[in-house]
Design a protein around this ligand. Structure first.
Ligand code: NAD
Ligand code: MN
Length: 505
């Protein structure tokens, strides 16, 4: 640059060596591969864990337990208590007892506890990341760089709101809702606990949280953290258990608000159970989110975003970009580059720092995904399985893959698969892209890939989705609200909007 401005010819750039696009992990074909880089920390894990009620770990009333497994090895990690009606009764009572003092605490004081929880999550981050990966199968890189830091960020963010709630609801007097029953899924175990607990506590509520049956361990560590920071007993209670435990919480008359994240099917059941009661309800359900690539997009950037959108966390993401609409003129190019990128993803040991795609969360989820793969083939779509990673012999695994030749009426274009499976379709005009993208009972998220700012604003305003990402995907921040349209649920989590679910005005 400087040479050129002095009137001399710009130096001719030396050509960069072309990247060699040989698939990795394909045995004899592999040109080079990464050495294993396993995470070596092994957090201490007790053989069994109790329920966290009123500040104490206690066995379930019946003594019932259930195992949690490592989905990458099929090994049982430990036993956790299986909470039943009597346990839910005790937990709700503990939350109710803690409510008057906690809600009367000045916001500034409540904020200090949230701040301490956030700090303690940071201090124990490595241990939490490893546990998340062992219990749920997600790559350590993701739990380390995304789940745990974001969980801490949610507590930091809401610590700041504690003494400023009156500014969030200008001219009105926000008061707590009361005892919150919170039920979360297995795809982001600690992060979902943070999404639920941080705003509830910030607004002066107490909570009973039920983690998913396959991933209870980090929520139990969070219970330890609540104790470590001196959070008053009963403000947070954690009840491990299965669907019936969740149902007991939903139906408990002592609960003032239910917040649920999980499948649309269970969400509908909860909505029915809560209808006609005084309970407040927010639901964050499934999705079939579209990514739209226009011909003027930066294709390589788009491919990275698409890959991030659907293969991140094995596709166990409610807002996964599971439908891809590509403008017809660039369809072949996109498919070729997608194939090439897919071949280079490393699938395997979630504790290896080089792993891109980890284990499927459970055998049941793997069976669901496999049923969808079969349905796609049966209905005439073409399945592209180009990844050649050598998969471990034990555990639940699914190589990232995609379908082309997909018709909008086919199962793989309509239903949430919740796995690393993408449905690729094409479009000709922006109007067609919008109508096809919106042609779904869901509306959680969407992505738009184009170089034209005006197109971005036009398309984004016409997509019926709670979050629309522009030239990026799956970016989260505690300050931005998240939630769905249509069957993806109602209510927002995060940001100032998310506080609304946890106050009465
Ligand atoms: P799920 O909806 O059954 O489970 C989510 C949570 O709800 C768990 O804690 C579970 O114990 C609890 N639960 C189950 N039945 C309940 C009931 N009747 N009352 C109260 N709580 C209940 O989800 P799943 O079976 O683990 O997964 C099934 C499908 O759900 C997946 O294939 C995927 O499509 C979808 N899913 C969506 C999300 C999301 O973030 N939106 C998360 C997980 C799963
Ligand atoms: Mn597990």
């Amino acid at each position: 640059m400087t040479t050129a401005t002095r009137g001399e010819p710009a130096p001719i750039p030396t050509p960069r060596p072309q990247a060699v696009l040989t698939p990795l992990n394909t045995g004899s074909e592999a040109l080079w591969a990464y050495d294993p880089a396993p995470e070596r920390i092994r957090p201490e894990i007790s053989p069994s864990y109790g329920l966290f009620i009123g500040g104490t770990f206690t066995p379930s009333a019946s003594g019932a337990t259930m195992p949690t497994l490592n989905p990458a090895t099929d090994e049982t990690i430990c036993q956790v208590a299986r909470g039943e009606q009597a346990d839910v009764d005790r937990a709700v009572q503990a939350a109710r007892d803690a409510l008057p003092a906690w809600s009367a605490l000045p916001g500034k004081e409540r904020g200090k506890y949230l701040f301490r929880i956030a700090r303690r999550i940071q201090e124990r981050a490595r241990e939490l990341a490893v546990l998340e990966t062992i219990d749920g199968g997600k790559p350590i890189r993701e739990s380390r760089d995304i789940d745990i830091p974001l969980a801490a960020a949610h507590f930091f963010y809401h610590a700041g709101w504690c003494d400023k709630l009156r500014y969030a609801f200008a001219g009105r007097e926000p008061t707590p809702v009361g005892v919150c029953g919170q039920i979360i899924p297995w795809n982001f175990p600690l992060l979902m606990a943070a999404w639920k607990l941080a705003p509830a506590l910030a607004c002066g509520n107490t909570a009973v949280l039920k983690p998913a049956e396959t991933t209870p361990l980090t929520a139990l560590r969070l219970a330890e953290i609540c104790k470590e920071v001196g959070l008053p007993d009963g403000v947070v209670n954690i009840i491990t258990g299965a669907g019936e435990t969740g149902a007991a919480l939903v139906n408990h008359p002592g609960v003032d608000k239910i917040a649920f994240t999980g499948s649309t099917e269970v969400g509908k059941r909860i909505a029915k159970a809560v209808a006609g009661t005084k309970k407040k309800l927010t639901l964050e359900l499934g999705g079939k989110s579209p990514n739209i690539i226009f011909e003027d997009a930066s294709i390589d950037q788009a491919i990275e975003g698409i890959v991030q959108g659907i293969y991140f966390n094995q596709g166990h993401v409610c807002c996964a970009g599971s439908r891809l609409f590509v403008q017809e003129s660039v369809l072949d190019d996109v498919v070729t580059r997608l194939q090439r990128r897919l071949a280079s993803l490393r699938v395997g040991d979630p504790l290896d720092k080089n792993t891109d795609v980890g284990a499927i969360n459970s055998k049941a989820q793997l069976e669901t995904i496999e049923r969808y793969l079969q349905a796609g083939r049966d209905e005439g779509a073409t399945l592209h399985e180009v990844n050649g990673s050598t998969l471990p012999s034990a555990g639940s695994w699914c190589r990232p893959c995609f379908f082309t030749g997909v018709q909008p009426s086919q199962t793989v274009a309509r239903e949430e698969i919740f796995g690393p499976v993408l449905a690729v379709m094409s479009f000709r005009t922006p109007d067609e892209a919008i109508s096809r993208a919106n042609n779904t009972p869901y509306g959680l998220a969407a992505g738009i890939w184009t170089d034209k700012g005006s197109k971005i604003f036009e398309i984004a305003s016409r997509l019926k989705a709670g979050v629309v990402w522009l030239n990026t995907y799956n970016k989260f921040d505690p300050a931005s609200p998240f939630g769905g349209f249509k069957q993806s649920g109602f209510g927002r989590e995060g940001g100032m909007h998310g506080l609304r679910a946890y106050v009465r005005l």
